[in-house]
Design a protein around this ligand. Sequence first.
Ligand code: 5AD
Ligand code: SF4
Length: 476
Amino acid sequence: MSKREKEIVIGENEARIQKNIIEELATRFQEEYERTGNKKKFYIQTYGCQMNARDSEKLKGILEHIGYIETDNEINADFILYNTCTVRENANQKVYGRVGHLKTLKKSKKDLMIALCGCMMQEDAVIETIKKSYNHVDIIFGTHNIYKLAELIKAKLDTGDMIIDIWKEHKEIVEDLPSIRKHDFKASVNIMYGCNNFCSYCIVPYVRGRERSRNPEDIVNEIKALVDDGVVEIMLLGQNVNSYGQTVDNEITFAGLLKQIEAIEGLERIRFMTSHPKDLSDELIETIGKSTKICSNLHLPLQSGSTRILEKMNRKYTRDQYLDLVMKIKAVRPDIALTTDIIVGFPGETEEDFEETLEVMRAVEYDNAFTFIYSKRTGTPAAKLEEQVPEDIVKDRFNRLLETLHPSVNKKAKEQVGKTVKVLVEELNGQGDGLVTGRLSSNHLVHLKGDKDLIGKIIDVKILEAKNFYLIGEQA
Ligand code: 5AD
Ligand code: SF4
């Protein structure tokens, strides 16, 4: 039996076990509901990236199958779950602050269950701190075993003890458990988990484990089922989607997977993130060029425009290689919207290094960027580097980074004005009556007149005006 088959068999068993526990709890909850007339409510706060957002959909699926209903009011909840992020240190501080506040709520509501999960929980020091200072927490689990939520709840109910279940490494990919989607018409699909890149500043490889790809048939079947259910746009998720396929039995590349997904009838739009420049192959660029479904938006993290710093970051590409990729991708898709991630203040970053980052930004003309101040993460190689950049210099650089970014963001948005483009309408606009909000293939947001019947539809929209954070359009 091959390694993958074995994994799937174990996965199926595990899924069955979990489904049984979900059913057992559902019966208990139903009996309690009949006795009290109260449906138990859950509240989930999700921090961080789209991976965590997707994990939260799975966690919500389990909770709803048990019999909880969702509330967006934390104070009313019987089950509070924070799905945490640890990419930057201040994210950790925020979580400690909120968990601390829950102590009073827990005192007044003794059946309240407080659970913590996600990347932050994979750090030993965090678990120690919680055990010591936040013993009102009921359940703690990590990134590798979210599918076990029902089992952990049951263990808490049966024993009354604090339940801590953190796995250092992932064991199996468990398919086919319930999940709740935020939208009917678009969905995220994990194609791989973990990361093998060990960028020197990043904690993700330590908290999400080694890279492993899902089997292509499972991905394609999941997407087909979503499309049958009304989904027209999918977002393929992985820390480095460009290296997809290295751990499946029949070798397949990300481009190969995209071709299979493109062939799914009824699917209109394909997005993916995140792409690592070092693995953006010619085959992938060609596939993006030829595709009619892959959206005109590529998120290609630069991190730094200085080859010297990129080397220290262990990114495995140079500034010139990055610029070459940008040229190649613009050659096959001239309308592509490029977005990126940039870190300022990496240890040892000089004024010259930083100027090079600004130069690359001016050369590429990004449609948007996530900009980060370097955060020292204990356990990563960069944390041991001594030349930390002083805080005032980092702040000044951060402001100059934004000053360089904004003109290109505005310019790119203005380039949409006058065009008639396809827009997927996503929701009613919170700002005013009779307006809806949708997204262009480029991922730009647009507001236009319309009602709820348009939600989930792809329509032609003429772009009339570019505001700071969104476009204004009208149905063509
Ligand atoms: N400090 C600042 N930003 C970081 N990122 C990852 N680790 C750190 C860190 N230690 C940023 C990178 C990455 C994005 C998801 O978060 O830019 O692409
Ligand atoms: Fe972190 Fe680098 Fe992996 Fe992205 S590719 S998750 S930045 S280690």
